[in-house]
Design a protein around this ligand. Structure first.
Ligand SMILES: [Zn+2]
Length: 414
C-alpha cells in the first residue's frame, strides 16, 4: 500500500475530457448548475464510477454518491467529493479537480483490486458556485441541514426556472434523504484559488481552518448642507465619518494575523459636488479564520463607529446582518500524515473561500487538501494547475482516505 500511486496521465486526460463539456474559447468552462451541460458532466462522472464497480445514489437535491464497498460495510465509510458546476467564465479545475481526484482514487483501488477496511464514497455536490441559483454550496448546505430542502428546490434562476424542475428535467432529482450517507470522515481536494502555496513553493496545503466572515450594512446619517456657506465646525459630514470607518476597517485587518477587511460598496446622498454629504450607506466585510480573533475584530469595529458618531455628532447604524462561522477541519492530521509519507513539501493553510467541505465539517471529521494553481488565479478561464500538481493532490487524497479507513476500522475494533 505504501507504494500505491494514482495514474497521473489518466487523471490529466479525465480533467481535459471533462473540460470539453462547456468549454469556452479562452480555454475555460461555462457549466452552470442544472443545465444540459451539468447533466453531461454528471453522466460522465456516473459512467466512470460504474465502470469502476460503484453503486450510484442520488439524493433529493441532486447530490450524487458513488459507493465502493469495503471489507466491513457496516462501518462508516470514508467520503470525498467536490462539485462539477462552474462560474460562467470559470476554469477547468475549480471543483472538477476535487471530483476527478476522487475518481482517480477509485480507479486506482479498483484496478489494483484493493479491499479497503471500510467502504469509500465519491460524491458530486449540487450547485456549489451559487452562480445560477443562490446560495453557494447549496447541495452540501442542504445535505447537512443548514438550509431547508423545499425552500432550496423552489429557488429560481433569473428566468424564473426552479432548481427542482431543472434537476428533474436533467434526471438528477433523486430519492435519498438529506444526510443519508453513513460517513466516518470526509475529504475534499481543491486548487488553492490563491497565491500562497506557489509563493511559498509548497506542493500541498494542509487546510486547518475555513475563514469566518462577518458582513455589515453601515449607514451614516449626517446633515446635507451648502459646501460654500457651512463653516467646518458646524458640519455633520457623513463622508468624513464614513472615510474614518473605511480607514479603520483596514487598520483592524492589519492589527490581526490573517485579518482581512474590505469596503466594496458605497452610496452617497445626495452625491453632489457642492453639497456636504448627508447620508452614506456602505458595506463592511471582515474575515478571519480564528473565531476569537474575528469576534475581537467585530467588537473593534462597533466601538470605533460609536466613537466616531459621538465625536462627529452624527448617527451611525451598524447592521451585522450575516455571520459565517470559521470552520475547523478536524481530520487535517490525516492529510498532513499522508503528505509527509509521500514526501511532498507542505504547509498549514486556511481556506479563504467557501467549499462543500466547510459544511460537511458540521457532520463528520473533515479535511481539505489544497494544491497550487498558476499565479493564484481562479474563477477565471486562465485557471491552471500542472499535471504534476494535480497528481500530488490526488496521491495525498488516496493515502489520506486509506489512512482514515484504517483508523475508523481500528476504532470500531476496540
Ligand atoms: Zn470550488
Amino acid at each position: 500500500m505504501q507504494e500505491l500511486r494514482i495514474n497521473e496521465q489518466r487523471l490529466w486526460d479525465s480533467l481535459m475530457q471533462m473540460g470539453e463539456i462547456g468549454a469556452t474559447a479562452k480555454g475555460g468552462c461555462n457549466r452552470l448548475a442544472g443545465t444540459d451541460l451539468d447533466k453531461q458532466a454528471r453522466d460522465l462522472f456516473v459512467s466512470w464510477c460504474k465502470e469502476a464497480g460503484c453503486d450510484i445514489t442520488v439524493d433529493k437535491i441532486g447530490n450524487i454518491f458513488a459507493r465502493r464497498p469495503g471489507k466491513n460495510n457496516d462501518l462508516p465509510a470514508v467520503g470525498t467529493g467536490s462539485h462539477l458546476d462552474t462560474q460562467p467564465t470559470g476554469g477547468k479545475f475549480d471543483g472538477v479537480f476535487g471530483v476527478l481526484s476522487g475518481v482517480e482514487v477509485l480507479r486506482t483501488l479498483h484496478e489494483q483490486n484493493i479491499e479497503t477496511p471500510t467502504a469509500m464514497e465519491f460524491s458530486v455536490w449540487t450547485n456549489e458556485e451559487g452562480s445560477r441559483f443562490q446560495p453557494a454550496m447549496q447541495g452540501s448546505g442542504t445535505y447537512v441541514g443548514r438550509f431547508d430542502l423545499a425552500t432550496e428546490l423552489d429557488k429560481t434562476d433569473v428566468n424564473g426556472i426552479r432548481l427542482g424542475d431543472e434537476l428533474d428535467r436533467i434526471g438528477y432529482l433523486g430519492e435519498a434523504d438529506m444526510g443519508s450517507r453513513h460517513l466516518g470522515a470526509f475529504f475534499e481536494t481543491h486548487i488553492e484559488q490563491g497565491p500562497i502555496l506557489e509563493d511559498e513553493d509548497k506542493m500541498i496545503g494542509v487546510v486547518r481552518l475555513g475563514q469566518g466572515i462577518r458582513w455589515y450594512n453601515i449607514e451614516v446619517e449626517g446633515r446635507p448642507s451648502h459646501s460654500g456657506t457651512t463653516p467646518m465646525h458646524l458640519r455633520k459630514d457623513a463622508m468624513l465619518a464614513a472615510s474614518l470607518i473605511v480607514a479603520e476597517i483596514e487598520a483592524i485587518a492589519l492589527r490581526h494575523d490573517n485579518g482581512l477587511g474590505t469596503v466594496g460598496f458605497m452610496q452617497v446622498y445626495p452625491n453632489s459636488r457642492n453639497t456636504i454629504p448627508g447620508n452614506i450607506k456602505f458595506s463592511g466585510d471582515l474575515r478571519n479564520p480564528v473565531p476569537e480573533v474575528l469576534a475581537t475584530m467585530h467588537e473593534e469595529l462597533l466601538t470605533f463607529c460609536d466613537k466616531v458618531a459621538e465625536q462627529k455628532n452624527l448617527t451611525i447604524n451598524v447592521d451585522p446582518f450575516w455571520y459565517f462561522a470559521p470552520v475547523e477541519f478536524n481530520a487535517s492530521n490525516d492529510v498532513k500524515a499522508a503528505a509527509e509519507k509521500l514526501g511532498y513539501s507542505h504547509m498549514d493553510i486556511y481556506a479563504g473561500a467557501g467549499h462543500d467541505a466547510c459544511y460537511m465539517a458540521d457532520l463528520v471529521p473533515t479535511g481539505m487538501i489544497f494544491t497550487p494553481c498558476l499565479n493564484g488565479i481562479s474563477h477565471n478561464e486562465a485557471e491552471y494547475s500542472s499535471p504534476e500538481q494535480c497528481a500530488a493532490g490526488a496521491n495525498v487524497l488516496l493515502h489520506t482516505m486509506l489512512e482514515a479507513s484504517e483508523r475508523i476500522a481500528n476504532e470500531f475494533k476496540k
